[in-house]
Design a protein around this ligand. Structure first.
Ligand code: PPE
Length: 313
């Protein structure tokens, strides 16, 4: 990771190297953090944040689920701070990582008497699954690990602790020579990748697992649901049996980091033609056209970094 100059902490900008926490901060022992991952794209008219308001809303939702939403900043202030952070660090495109965590003070599980600290950092982040992944597709496997189950760790919250499950899924996949692992939910239905939502195409129709199957409510997922519907491609949220993946014409991942990444094999079974399929490519063209500014931003997804932040709740 290439360091940038500034990180925002609880309302002020500090040097990258000064963004340190005490080892006995609540979050270290008990995993009490929620976070976001937001991309800033270089568009034809300057850097712009992709779906800023939706990311801030999800962060506040995640914090609320964990009773951590008593921080001092409004959504508008957080939005403005993120834009200022990107401006100060002078980046044309980057990845913003907001983190809300329970900080230092008391020990013990409860944590509600510890301060809730908010950090915003950003850095340049390239292709998540490798440069060729977007065109060629990636080789993945079904994980032997089950996705976090309902009423254990809430999947609608983007919490740091959920990523212990993601780490098990991804580490196993990489150790076995795959790029990423797909987890099944507690009932054995397809849930999502360790850090991506998943979509399946068969006979011209797209299916993605519903929110009740332990998936993160992905913001790229939501973008693809909208784009497909507008392109006239039938798309539904429906429970996906594992074997539907193997007989699909196309399968792809979505995520802020992964963007729209085709999958070319699962468990060494070739998916469709074994490379990016036509529907995946169509969605990529639409998605990248909008975020690069070569197609109109018809959904209002982009917030230019150079102007004042939108007024949010
Ligand atoms: N599921 C999981 C488990 C997940 O972590 C992500 C994002 C998604 C789905 C897609 O959500 P969205 O980004 O809103 O479309 N994963 C983030 C973390 C990546 C990391 O390694 O860190 C991301 O893509 O930013």
């Amino acid at each position: 990771m290439k360091a940038t100059e500034k990180i925002w902490r609880n309302g002020e900008f500090i040097a990258w190297d000064d963004a340190k926490i005490h080892v006995l901060s609540h979050v270290v022992s008990y995993g009490s953090s929620v976070f976001e991952g937001i991309r800033v794209y270089e568009t034809t008219s300057g850097p712009a944040v992709f779906r800023l308001r939706e990311h801030i809303r999800r962060m506040v939702d995640s914090a609320k689920i964990y009773r951590m939403d008593d921080f001092r900043f409004t959504q508008s202030e957080l939005a403005e701070a993120m834009l200022e952070l990107v401006r100060l660090n002078g980046l044309k495109s980057c990845y913003i990582r907001p983190i809300v965590m329970r900080g230092y003070g008391l020990m013990g599980v409860n944590g509600t008497k510890n301060p809730v600290d908010v950090y915003l950092a950003c850095w340049e982040w390239g292709r998540y699954l490798g440069e060729e992944a977007l065109a060629e597709g990636v080789d993945v496997c079904i994980s032997s690990w089950t996705r976090i189950a309902p009423n254990t760790l809430p999947a609608l919250a983007k919490a740091g602790a959920n990523y212990m499950n993601s780490q098990l899924i991804n580490m196993e996949a990489v150790a076995n020579g795959y790029s990423e692992g797909i987890a099944l939910d507690k009932s054995g239905y397809v849930s999502e990748g360790a850090g991506e939502n998943i979509f399946v195409v068969r006979d011209g129709k797209i299916v993605t697992p519903p929110l009740g199957t332990s998936v993160l409510p992905g913001i790229t997922r939501d973008a693809v649901l909208l784009l497909a519907a507008d392109l006239g491609i039938p798309i539904v949220e429906q429970v996906v049996p594992r074997e539907l993946l193997y007989i699909a014409d196309e399968v792809f991942f979505t995520g802020t980091a992964a963007e729209i990444s085709p999958i070319r094999s699962i468990d060494r079974i070739k998916i469709g033609s074994g490379r990016r399929g036509p529907i995946t490519e169509k969605l990529q063209n639409e998605f990248f056209g909008i975020v690069n500014g070569t197609k109109p931003d018809r959904y209002g997804w982009l917030t230019p970094v150079g102007v004042a932040a939108p007024v949010l709740k």
